[in-house]
Write a protein that binds this ligand. Structure first.
Ligand code: DGT
Ligand code: CA
Ligand code: CA
Length: 576
């Protein structure tokens, strides 16, 4: 899967072009950004698109013109893009790393390179510790502090990657291993199987009678950058997308034990092993051995838990948060599943910052089997997203009526908005406009730095308006980018429950907000949840699987999820 690599290159070209002294049109910069967005959210490997339809198929992708299609072709054939190489010669800086620091854009990075010769994170750290940045014109003490803060935040993430980037790549490798005919079984284990929000490395397990061939096949995959360790039972590679990946070949009689062991988490494993030891057994990645040394584990991991007198539990629960005790009592809850969801209550269209028309979104929602979606565009205060005012919503809803008529109930589109909760807790549209809507999603997009008391007051005021049905991304955090704002979540949950406002589990891979631990914190408060995609284009509608993973990590069952309700029941609930 070359999608992420190519998208990253295009984003970097756009950044470099935007700061290059040779004048480049804004259109060219935007063209690269658009293409990057298309490619990074494409469901299909770009090399498959090209293999099937060549340049022409590439040019049919939204935002991909002739010259960009040419670059894609060039990369797929040579693994290089000349234009990129030229720019890199001129600016030999680690743009990806530097701009991943919050508050550091391409412009700042280039200025720091030109004025202080900073090429990478190491150079930056030295400049920070000798306070050279604050002396630069246009920077100052505050700016230096901001960069330092951003750097600390980035380092605390420890190079972990978003599940939404890692899991598709892992699944693609598994698919290829299976298709090769060299592996009888192949599966993803580790944190990716547990649907952890970020992944440190990818773990894949296979059963194969052809150890050497399967390892050779793995190391020759186009997504592999370099081979780190290569042995008969374990091979580790560095993938071009930036993560490492371990492949282990397992003997069939050990597969159940290996799956259990390598799924983890480590802390869960330690608790399970204690149970085994107390029974006089030995448990490791090779098997569960009884007192006579016989492996009683079997080929499936269910066998391990069963032999220990435990109920099997979903991988998402295996974080040593009490699941072992429940499994012994055979009280593992029946967690919500993707197919329990009947719709999506937070989606965007072209009218604001989305990429697709409402009809295109509706068609994709039907393909996914939804019964309903709410169309929830941004409101006027969010002008970077071209948010709409009251009149524009009224007009837009006529279009929704028309489409609903055409769909004849095959899909129902609920009228809504993602309304900005302003600094004082008031809402960004008139009450009458909001009252007319079926599903109002309230969200904070500004004044993130209020203190905890003010922020809590602000959100509670919005919930108490009685006009909101879903509180979007309740903490505002963006993984590896922005910390959560300060808020008393317990107070928010209590108010939400009282006002019949669902707390969102936003499925966008860099949000996953509420996250697993916050879900657990508030789920004692009788509050319901809504698992939404926040889709800005058709492909994003499939992000729901990450929201489901997060809900399951928070132990939620389907009765807690409002969009698991069939339409009729949901409408009753939304009427309050
Ligand atoms: P990651 O890669 O940091 O996102 O997290 P994991 O959970 O995938 O961790 P990883 O790749 O280091 O190891 C995969 C699994 O192998 C881990 O979840 C549990 C198991 N494992 C690894 N090291 C140990 C260990 O020292 N003790 C036990 N009991 N299990 C381990
Ligand atoms: Ca791992
Ligand atoms: Ca690993």
């Amino acid at each position: 899967m070359e999608n992420k690599i190519i998208a990253d290159i295009f984003n970097e070209i756009a950044e470099l072009l935007s700061v290059d002294e040779r004048p480049t049109s804004k259109f060219e910069v935007r063209a690269y950004q658009k293409a990057a967005l298309t490619i990074s959210t494409l469901q299909e490997p770009i090399e498959d698109v090209y293999a099937k339809g060549g340049l022409k198929a590439l040019m049919e992708l939204p935002g991909v013109g002739k010259s960009i299609a040419g670059h894609i072709e060039e990369y797929l054939k040579t693994h290089r893009i000349e234009k990129y190489d030229e720019l890199k010669k001129k600016y030999p800086i680690d743009m990806a790393a530097l701009t991943s620091i919050q508050g550091m854009g391409a412009k700042k990075a280039i200025t720091l390179y030109r004025r202080l010769g900073i090429r990478n994170i190491d150079d930056l750290k030295k400049a920070l510790s000798s306070h050279r940045i604050r002396k630069l014109e246009g920077f100052g003490e505050k700016s230096e502090e901001m960069i330092q803060k951003g750097l600390t935040l980035m380092e605390s993430s420890g190079g972990r990657m978003l599940l939404g980037d890692a899991l598709p790549v892992a699944e693609e490798i598994v698919r290829k291993l299976k298709e090769s005919g060299l592996a009888k079984e192949a599966m993803v284990a580790g944190s990716a199987r547990r649907m952890r929000e970020t992944v440190g490395d990818i773990d894949i397990l296979v059963i194969s009678g052809k150890q050497k061939e399967v390892m050779d096949f793995f190391t020759a995959l186009p997504s592999v950058d370099t081979v780190l360790v290569s042995g008969p039972t374990k091979t580790s590679v560095h993938l071009k997308m930036g993560l490492n990946c371990d492949l282990r070949v397992i003997e069939p009689e050990s597969f159940g034990a290996a799956v259990q062991y390598f799924t983890g988490s480590r802390d869960h494993n330690i608790q399970v092993r204690t149970i085994a030891v107390n029974k006089g057994y030995k448990l490791n990645e090779y098997g569960l051995f009884d007192k006579k040394g016989v492996n009683i584990g079997g080929i499936k991991e269910e066998g391990i838990y069963e032999a220990l007198g435990m109920q099997w539990m979903p991988p998402e629960m295996r974080e040593a948060r009490g699941e072992v005790k429940l499994a012994i009592k055979h009280k593992i809850p029946d967690l919500v599943k993707l197919k329990d969801l009947n719709g999506d209550l937070h989606t965007h269209t072209k009218e604001t910052d989305g990429a697709n028309t409402l009809e295109e979104m509706a068609n994709e929602a039907m393909r996914l089997g939804h019964e309903y979606i709410a169309t929830t565009n941004h409101t006027k205060s969010l002008y970077i997203a071209r948010g709409m005012n009251d009149d524009q919503f009224v007009k837009y809803f006529k279009q929704v009526d028309k489409l609903n008529e055409k769909l004849k109930g095959k899909l129902t589109i609920l009228k809504g908005a993602e309304v900005d909760i302003l600094k004082d807790g008031s809402l960004d549209l008139r009450d009458s406009t909001l009252e007319y809507m079926d599903c109002v999603v309230g969200a904070i997009h500004s004044s993130f730095k209020l203190d905890k008391k003010e922020m809590t007051k602000r959100i509670i005021a919005a919930l108490d308006s009685g006009l909101i049905h879903v509180l979007a991304h309740p903490t505002g955090r963006e993984i590896n980018e922005r910390q959560a704002y300060e808020v008393d979540l317990e107070a928010v949950a209590e108010t939400a429950a009282r006002n019949k406002v669902a707390l969102e589990i936003n499925s966008f891979p860099n949000r996953l907000d509420l996250n697993d631990t916050n879900i657990m914190r508030v789920s004692g408060y009788n509050v319901l949840f809504s698992i939404d995609s926040d889709a800005h284009r058709t492909a994003n509608l499939s992000f729901l699987r990450y929201g489901i993973g997060t809900a399951r990590r928070g132990w939620l069952t389907k009765d807690r999820i409002i969009n698991a309700k069939p339409l009729k029941e949901l409408l009753k609930y939304l009427k309050k």
